[in-house]
Write a protein that binds this ligand. Sequence first.
Ligand code: BMA
Length: 848
Amino acid sequence: MDLERDNFKQFNVIIVMEKVNDLRQILLICEGLDTISSVYINNKLIGKTENMFVRYILDIKSDLKVGKNTIRIEFQSAVNYALTKANQTSHKILPKCPPPEFHGECHGHYVRKTMASFGWDMAPAFVTSGIWRDIYITGSNGVTITDVTTQTEQDGDIWTLYVWIYTKICPLHVYNSMIEITLDGTNLSFTKNINLTSEKSTISMEHEIPKGLGVREWWPRGYGKQNLYNLTVKIKDKLDILQSQKTVRFGFRTVELVQDLVSKYERTGRTFYFKINGRPIFLKGSNWVPIDSFPERVTKARLQNYMQSVVDANMNCLRVWGGGNYEADYFYDLSDELGILIWQDFMFSTSMYPADEDFIATVEDEIRYQVRRLKHHPSVFFYSGNNEIEIGINQRWWGPTTPLYSADYVKLFMNTIHDIYMEEDQSTPIIPSTPGNGILTILNGGLSEPGNNLYGDAHLYVYGKRFYTDFIYKTPRFASEYGYQSYPSSELLNSFYNTDEDMFYESPLNDHRQHHFNGNKQMLDLTRMYMKLPNSTDTVKQFKDLLYCTQIVQAIGIRTETEHFRRWQCDVGEYGEGRTMGALYWMLADTWPGPTWSSLEYGGKWKMLHYYAQHFFAPVLISPFINFDKLCIYIINDNITNCGDMETKEDSGTLWPINSSLISYLRNILHTGGYGVPANNFMETLNIRVYSYDNIEKPNFIEEIPFQSVKTAELIYEIKVYELIKRAGCRSINNCFVVCYIGDMETGPVSWYPLGQFNDVSILRKPNLKIASVEVTHDNHTFEIKLTTEEVAVFVWIEAEGIKGRFSDNGFFMFTETKTLLFFAWITVDQKTLLESLNVKSLFDIYT
Ligand code: BMA
């Protein structure tokens, strides 16, 4: 049976109703039906669905009887539905099908469903169907609260709380209601009397929070606490009888998207950064795609585990990518609790879309529903109307753009999604598309030429260049995507590669898993640039070693690029580039086991990149890099909120929300802007050591630099490379690496940096890396592992095969004879089993 084309998938539920007549309203609430379905009660059709991102509420009272009732939901194949739609329309929506290497299904844009489920460059095609979110029945006397949204505004030290209450009311009735709002844990409560009817079913209320209540702000991780409040709404009738009640959790926080001029002149562009509670925040994180093709497999435990990995890698932001799903409530609850800012795309990606009346109508329902569902979450701070459609149209990814295509784009993304969003939420900024030109896109009516360093956000992929060098990377205002591919662990591949023939880089199965055009060749070429390819005569070992190399390349590439972005946050270059305020690499976690851009493989195991992210996103980062002929060392310190010597300019204010009068103002007037929070400073000593690969424990060069930094990102030290290698006695730059640290080399911020590459393996000596001991610590889930080496070992990679968990560090350079690591087990395991599962290698070990 072909599950994707099967039109007869059915779910039957029998419910027994004791009371039907006592209730005025009985609602069947379907929070997620995927996707094309017909809902029957007792064999009578009561509703049809066509959008998996919409909640369908069906009033079923008149169709129910006392006793046994049958609910049947019939699903039609989304693949067939899309094909029928495509055949019916003369105006073809492009691209017809995904590129052949996706091995995907065609016409996905006709169905409001996870776009990646039709196949993507990092995901398989599983065009699912079925019930994917909760479905339940609720009864009332005629008034049911469906949604509660909140918004908070601050003026000086006064907060105002806005609440909207959306209800479903029985037609032809007037409900004389009293709305009562309470803030749990405080004595705050306020009320309103209102007549509710099915035409007037939304209530808005606002309340100034008395200072004495002492409410505390919600902060993103690293900037303060994640204070959260429960708000309960009750609707009572005139006899004071409770009719409906709903509680939502929210936080007091403000968001601004700041798009000020960076100089006096528009030609040097505008900033693109976020202030949370008035404080500029550099966003560090990644992009979230569905972590499974089958949403029911995404359990709370899995989400907790992944979000813990996000936190452990020092991220403060995730972007939920537009080719996936609006995630489950629990995902946003966790983000609120952990202080992870969520940039939410609307679910439209890398394709043109229809803009006919029916399509627009269902999109309108989707936007309203999703915004009302998410608005109370303080973590959700920003929206994008779609992923890569503005740039796709501008760069003709799907062929020449006719005026009709542009008109459809504007109709759907500006006049529908953008406008509806602005009606629903004036407190959280939105851009029409990512990447985009921010304010310029708006000024151009929705379609501009994204990819500009000086405006908005950018998606940056550089393949085939020297990924480990700083100068190949662009300097945008905000990098919302960038990355490199790598393979997952051999352990994961082994679980579905059946034979040794499959465990081969060029094997047909391995090739089939690669959905990115030329991806395997790209990874191989990059690896060759940096190191000699593994050469074991055992082909399976050689394959495993190559997987390890792809992870090194990915980790080094993304480290180099991320540190570049973080270093540029205070500086402005010759053309106005710089003041980069975000680095969200592509991508966090896999949908399936295969070669992709992720840092967490399918199942959540950390690739080398994720260990590197812990370092390159650390709140205090020492960032060495070669800038032409110099070695430069920056210190980046998130705790300093000031970019120091930035020219002080009159604050131009925030360009949000954008309305027509503001647009005309902008068109005519140039003004200046800047951000400035009083500087604090950071006084320390930077220790710099240069080692050669053949001299463990003995640095050839030692320098101690006392410094006082007053900027978030600041150049602390520079030296000509030729002078450094001369003073350190290195035979060439390839023989040496730099180690920099503050405080203690074991615990303080520490960074190592190879000055050259590894194409000549003779620079390395055989390290004889060993696991000397494994001890269990106090909590039974954390183990202490001692490693020893006889020589400098590079890219040390330790694995616990078959044991889920992560190490405190991995992929590092070992330049001391012993090193202690921790292993955090995610399952219960004893010391002996863990010891037996461990293996360790370094770059030297992949060559014969
Ligand atoms: C980005 C994403 C995805 C894709 C990735 C890697 O632009 O938006 O479309 O998976 O590139 O190619």
